[in-house]
Design a protein around this ligand. Structure first.
Ligand code: ARG
Length: 446
């Protein structure tokens, strides 16, 4: 049962938050006169000692004391007599809820920084390869040319939404449950606002934010789920980025090459360079989604208020944080060492058929309805195929035989630079627009 029931093997990482919470709680107890100023100071100093021991790896965690809270309280009470008063007007239920909210606020901020760093790395690749065009794909078939930068900025959009999502998570974590007791508060004259302020559970004006129902406060795990969801969704984005890189770095595409430090060879085939970092990132997305499923299932159908099942809320949260953090570090490193093969990119965008849509737009400019234009260009594509020439290699005669709206200027459409310049609207991949977007992202990620 000891082995089954203990959580200290994983919740010990809450120690800094638990100590922070205990110090604030002791300060509040002194503030309302439930303990003396000397007792508060003795508790505070004892907790500081424990924090140093833990940091140095000298603290002996004991699974018989079940969790981080009891380990710390027990160790403290062996050195400081006043520690026997620390748990006044507090339960492990509101204590663990507080610890986790402090952890989630911290973890959200850490991941936001890492998301920004990964975004910066993507932006640097975009800026260093401004002139490079690559094929954009739908159905994994070459569709239309786009600047590589435009594709990378699409990643930035995804990563920035992920970063913003953690603003919400941090905001939702920012309510102090301390004072909810086991489930029904306390008869003692505590000052919840004092503790909330001491722990930074405040709004933008510094006003304390207190959970408003003691039962909800000890039973609620919504913000755990939201955090893990934010990680799962971001992980899904990372897996799409990873997949782009896997494809681009294959011999078939050859658009980029990944830094050796993030790849491995094969134990059998000497020529292989495998994109392991990207594949792992794709794999981690599954794990992050699994953690979300775990938490949703854990809380489903659970009667109010605290049930011991809720001890299982922590491993998925910690795992999502750790995996997300390292995925973002790896992505930033991968991108920093990415090299773009400009010649292969140019070759991949050289096929004039990628501008078939532009040719249809040309006809629209001549007053041809789009459906009719689409059909005419389709006929031209087939004709070029039959003749074994590129789309722009057809004669004007042939082209006019398909549709008389084609004029002698029809082949100007295939000037790639001109074609890109025309895509100047908001959100489009024209060079002027991409330049502005790069500048905007430089500011956003500053
Ligand atoms: N280790 C417990 C957890 O993480 C702490 C709360 C225990 N509360 C209780 N009533 N047994 O859930």
């Amino acid at each position: 049962m000891l082995k089954f029931s203990e959580s200290v093997s994983f919740d010990r990482r809450l120690a800094p938050f638990d100590i922070q919470g205990s110090k604030a709680h002791a300060a509040m107890l002194a503030h309302v006169g439930l303990i003396s100023g000397e007792e508060r100071d003795a508790i505070g100093a004892g907790l500081d000692d424990l924090a140093r021991e833990i940091e140095a790896g000298r603290f002996r965690w004991d699974p018989r004391l079940e969790d981080v809270h009891m380990n710390l309280e027990h160790a403290l009470s062996r050195r400081v007599p006043a520690a026997a008063k620390l748990h006044t007007a507090r339960s492990r239920n509101d204590q663990v809820a507080t610890d986790m909210r402090l952890f989630l606020k911290h973890a959200g901020a850490v991941l936001q920084t890492k998301l920004r760093d990964a975004g910066r790395a993507a932006l640097a690749v975009a800026e260093a390869n401004r002139g490079v065009l690559i094929p954009g794909y739908t159905h994994l078939q070459r569709a239309q040319p786009v600047p590589l930068a435009h594709h990378l900025l699409a990643w930035l959009e995804m990563l920035e939404r992920d970063r913003r999502r953690f603003d919400d998570v941090r905001d939702h974590a920012n309510w102090c449950p301390l004072g909810s007791g086991a489930l029904a508060g306390t008869t003692l004259p505590i000052d919840r606002a004092f503790t909330a302020k001491a722990l930074g559970f405040v709004d933008h004006r510094g006003r304390p934010r207190l959970t408003s129902n003691s039962m909800d406060a000890v039973a609620d795990r919504d913000v755990h789920v939201e955090f893990v969801f934010a990680c799962a969704l971001a992980g899904g984005h990372l897996s799409r980025i990873a997949e782009d890189l896997i494809l681009w770095s294959s011999a078939e595409f050859g658009l980029v090459s990944l830094p050796d430090a993030f790849c491995t060879g094969s134990s059998l085939m000497p020529q292989k360079k495998n994109p392991d970092a990207c594949e792992l990132m794709r794999g981690k997305a599954a794990r992050l989604q699994g953690n979300l499923q775990t938490l949703l299932t854990l809380t489903k159908g659970l009667p109010l208020t605290y049930n011991r099942d809720l001890q299982e809320d922590k491993p998925p949260v910690f795992d999502s944080f750790d995996q997300m953090a390292i995925c973002l570090d790896v992505l930033a490193g991968l991108l920093a060492g990415l090299s773009v093969n400009a010649a292969r990119c140019a070759a991949a965008t050289a096929d004039p058929a990628l501008l078939a849509t532009d040719l249809a737009d040309y006809l629209v400019g001549q007053g041809v309805p789009f459906r009719e234009a689409h059909q005419a260009v389709g006929a031209l594509v087939r004709l070029a195929e039959q003749q074994g020439v590129p789309l722009n290699g057809l004669s004007l005669e042939h082209v006019r035989s398909v549709h008389t709206a084609f004029g002698p200027d029809w082949s100007e459409v295939f000037d790639l630079e001109r074609a890109m310049a025309k895509r100047s609207g908001v959100g489009m991949p024209g060079p002027a627009r991409v330049r502005r977007e790069l500048a905007r992202w430089r500011k956003v990620l500053r």
